[in-house]
Write a protein that binds this ligand. Structure first.
Ligand SMILES: [Zn+2]
Length: 113
């Protein structure tokens, strides 16, 4: 299960952060998941439940927010919300864009005691 290994690395990141801060308790973890990251939020949520067991994140709350996919047109330089990776630019109707958001998976913030 892909999401479980992701959840475990998130817990690891949070634990390391707490350690550096001389804390032994993580209170909150904010996670950002891009729409096109291929990660299923419900599965990640479920995996987090398992990953925090017996760690200093055990009593932490976590929030998972979804980042919308955005692209920048390579002809006009305009940015727009991506409906699908294969749809053209809504302004000039050309294909060819650079994805600027939507594939991320990151820990946005960690709160420790
Ligand atoms: Zn365009």
């Amino acid at each position: 299960m892909h999401e479980l290994s992701i959840a475990m690395s998130i817990v690891e990141i949070a634990a390391e952060y707490a350690e550096k801060d001389n804390s032994d308790k993580v209170l909150e973890i904010e996670i950002e998941v891009g729409e096109l990251s291929g990660i299923v939020v419900e599965a990640l949520d479920f995996a987090m439940d398992a990953a925090v067991k017996n760690t200093i994140c055990e009593n932490a709350k976590w929030m998972i927010s979804i980042v919308e996919a955005r692209a920048k047109c390579s002809s006009t330089g305009k940015t727009y919300k991506v409906q699908s990776l294969y749809s053209p630019c809504p302004f000039c109707k050309k294909f060819g864009h650079e994805l600027i958001a939507g594939k991320e998976l990151r820990v946005r913030s960690i709160l420790v005691e």
